[in-house]
Design a protein around this ligand. Structure first.
Ligand code: PEP
Ligand code: MG
Length: 751
């Protein structure tokens, strides 16, 4: 029951707000009228709008009741004062006695000390914090729920108005959102710099009519849309039965939300307060997003994501805005998405100039594909999907993990210089493409490339790689929705060998587990997946897939040379058992009358420290070894390669690690075992030079790294570099990097 004392009528307030919007005023004048109107309707002496100037600073942008001179003067940091607290927490504060409230900050310029009660609500749109709306009264009273709801509904409408640029005007702080330059810091997913124009993977829905006149009609619209979505989800669910458990779980969650009474009730209430159906959906979505930012539990976050997706579906239905907005993809698209699957990314292919994701991780499938396609990628770019609009100019610095959205002229100039320098370097690399990677003191290093997709193969020619030192076969499994068939795989491997045109391709058998989870395989809930049931452990325990893959490889190679490498071998018996599987498969193929490969080389990846200490016999028997530096380093330092906090903590050029690698080199020299290094460090010029200096003679890397590494090796005397490394070690240095960097600087100058 409404309190008879309370005269606030949210529908009347919204109707007046709509009239203001229809008037021919703009900017500051419009905002001033709005604050007066809200103060009147809320029966409060004060109404103020604070908007964010930057991520951390709020500014008083309009007020009814406070000192007008403090407008655009009074500022506060996020978390500072009651207004700052509302902003930081994204939650309302409703207090009868503001000055005695914890966190209250007195701002003499506003003259607010005479006001006792305070109600502040966040102005936010889809998790994006825009500002705070405040009402204050002289008498000490707590605002009733009905008033709080009314103010929240108004804040929602203000957020929509800001989105539409309704505050564009003379006030410096009132520039529309989405027109200012924005710098976002994320993390590197794939190096490289590129500029282009924004292409949103899922364009945002814009609510153009937040206020509605006929609540009954809006309720019907909402119910119809929800019903349609419910039917759609049920259909999908029926189709998914018998499919993946995870997919069903997601759909079940969808259905649960779609049938949730609380969710419906809240939206219906907002409609009865005067919001349109779409505005009511978006208000709920904003609340869910705000919660999402605070929830740490991954499972709960996923569920909130589901709710968010469901709201998007509803919004698209209600506004009639589909995924296809009719916008044309720019000629230089930079893809922006919250997250994206590998198959979707492959659909875009090489047309993309760069990719910016709000989520994602270095080891995510999307990142692996982006790397394979050599497209600069920035991940963890917080808020990018809220900030960017289709067609915005954007510059992506994949090396630093930085994104410049709508950059100003100085940034554009500096960035263009960077791109030009890269292009210049690229020309230099092309000119040495067909030359061997021989150092100044006459040591030649074989440079090979890592690959995993058919799309990588053209780089074999373009980069000047001597072969494929690591073909990650799991990528073909990861980009599919179901287990590939043997015939598909064998056709694919045959095409890879055709494209390699006689150059060696080292096929690594399926390396799944850890972060690489196949969508169609039952997920294993392991406490520590990097140390868990992965790679060859899966292959030997459940040999069906391994056998199928080996058969496919043997058939593809028919009459040609085949090189197979087993991942993650931790003890020699694993290699012996895997090799026996290959022998068995070969014998079976012969019985079936298939042509055998002309020659077969079999090797192992050295990715756990244990294998470096395997018996001599193993080193003598194994056909070749390849150091998987990414995994080896994480186990050597006990530092998770996927954990951004610890990933960079330990330097590859740390003396302990280099000494360990050198011991592996020496063991292989004694046993005459061919050795290569195929982790990411092989593609970093300084690291690659040090690896060569301690005796590695084959390095396998991303194709784009071959030019820079070769160019570095050409300028170097590896013998001298080795002496520098030893000197640093004798000096007791933790890492040889400082001395090596100094030395390389002199070498570059004298070259
Ligand atoms: C490695 O661990 O260094 C490696 C090359 O394998 P992946 O990165 O695919 O685990
Ligand atoms: Mg590995």
């Amino acid at each position: 029951m409404a309190d008879p004392e309370i005269k606030t009528d949210s529908r009347q307030m919204l109707a007046r707000l709509r009239d203001v919007m229809a008037e021919d005023s703009a900017g500051q004048a419009r905002l001033n009228t709005i604050t007066t109107l809200i103060a009147e309707e809320m029966h409060s002496q004060v109404c103020s709008v604070y908007l964010f100037r930057d991520e951390e600073t709020l500014e008083l942008c309009a007020t009814e009741g406070l000192n007008p001179d403090s407008v655009h003067q009074t500022r506060m940091r996020m978390g500072e004062g009651l207004v700052g607290l509302v902003a930081r927490k994204g939650q309302r504060i409703n207090t009868p006695d503001a000055p005695s409230e914890r966190g209250f900050r007195y701002m003499p310029e506003t003259g607010e000390e005479i006001y006792s009660s305070f109600l502040g609500v966040p102005i936010q749109r889809l998790g994006e914090k825009l500002g705070v709306l405040v009402v204050q009264t002289k008498d000490s009273r707590e605002f009733a729920d009905i008033e709080v709801d009314a103010l929240e509904v108004v804040a929602m409408v203000l957020a929509e108005m800001a989105e539409l640029g309704a505050f564009v005007g003379e006030g410096a702080a009132l520039t529309a959102l989405h027109t200012l330059p924005v710098l976002l810091r994320g993390s590197t997913g794939q190096e490289g710099a590129a500029q282009g124009h924004v292409w949103l993977h899922e364009p945002r829905v814009v609510v153009t009519n937040p206020i509605a006149e006929d609540p009954q009609r809006e309720l019907e619209r909402l119910q119809e849309a929800v019903e349609e979505v419910r039917v759609g989800v049920d259909k999908m669910l029926a189709g998914a039965r018998g499919g993946g458990k995870e997919q069903i779980e997601v759909l079940e969650a969808y259905r649960m939300f779609a049938n949730s009474k609380g969710w419906m009730r809240r939206m219906e209430e907002d409609i009865s307060r005067g919001l349109s159906a779409e505005a009511a959906v978006e208000k709920e979505q904003s609340t869910a997003r705000a919660r999402m930012q605070q929830v740490k539990d991954v499972y709960l976050r996923d569920r909130l994501h589901d709710l968010d997706d469901l709201s998007n579906r509803l919004l698209r239905k209600l506004t009639g805005q589909g995924l296809d907005t009719g916008a044309e993809m720019p000629s230089d698209p930079v893809l922006i998405a919250r997250n994206i699957g590998p198959a979707e990314l492959l659909d875009y292919g090489r047309s993309l100039k760069a990719i910016v994701l709000e989520e994602g991780s270095v080891g995510s499938h999307a990142a692996i594909v982006a790397r394979a396609l050599a497209i600069p990628l920035v991940i963890h770019a917080n808020r990018i999907t809220n900030e960017a609009l289709n067609g915005d100019h954007i510059m992506v610095d994949g090396d630093q993990g930085i994104v410049h959205l709508r950059p100003d002229d100085t940034v554009v100039a500096a960035f263009k210089d960077k791109i030009a320098m890269q292009a210049e370097a690229q020309e230099r690399y092309t000119s040495i493409r067909d030359k061997p990677a021989t150092s100044r003191d006459g040591v030649t290093i074989a440079l090979k490339m890592n690959a995993g997709l058919m799309a990588d193969l053209p780089s074999l020619e373009g980069s000047g790689a001597e072969g494929v030192g690591l073909f990650r076969t799991e990528l073909q499994f990861l980009v599919r929705n179901q287990m590939p068939k043997r015939s598909e795989l064998s056709a694919l491997y045959a095409r890879v060998l055709d494209a390699a045109n006689g150059k060696q391709v080292v096929f690594r058998t399926l390396d799944i587990g850890s972060d690489k989870v196949l969508p169609y395989m039952k997920p294993n809930d392991e406490p520590n997946p990097a140390l868990g049931w992965r790679a060859i452990r899966v292959g030997l325990d459940k040999p069906g897939v391994l056998r199928m893959q080996l058969q496919a490889l043997l058939r593809a190679a028919a009459g040609r040379r085949l090189t197979v490498m087993f991942p993650f071998i931790a003890q020699s018996e694993e290699y012996t058992a895997a090799r026996a599987e290959l022998e068995k498969a070969l014998a079976r193929e012969k019985v079936l009358g298939h042509v055998a490969p002309e020659a077969i080389e079999v090797g192992a990846m050295l990715e756990t420290p244990s294998l470096a200490f395997a018996p001599d016999k193993f080193f003598e028997e194994v056909g070749f070894l390849s150091i998987g530096g990414n995994d080896l380093k994480q186990f050597f330092f006990a530092a998770d390669r996927e954990n951004e906090r610890v990933r960079r903590r330990y330097d590859t050029l740390n003396v302990s690690f280099l000494t360990f690698l050198e011991q592996i080199v020496q063991r292989c020299e004694v046993s005459n075992t061919p050795l290569s290094f195929c982790g990411e460090d092989a593609g970093r010029p300084v690291e690659a030079a040090c690896l060569a200096a301690i005796g590695l003679r084959t390095l396998s890397m991303r194709p784009a790294s071959i030019g820079p590494v070769k160019s570095m090796l050409h300028r170097l005397d590896l013998g001298e570099l080795r002496r520098v490394i030893y000197a640093a070690r004798d000096d007791g240095a933790q890492s040889v990097r400082p001395m090596v960097t100094d030395f390389l600087r002199t070498q570059t100058r004298t070259a």
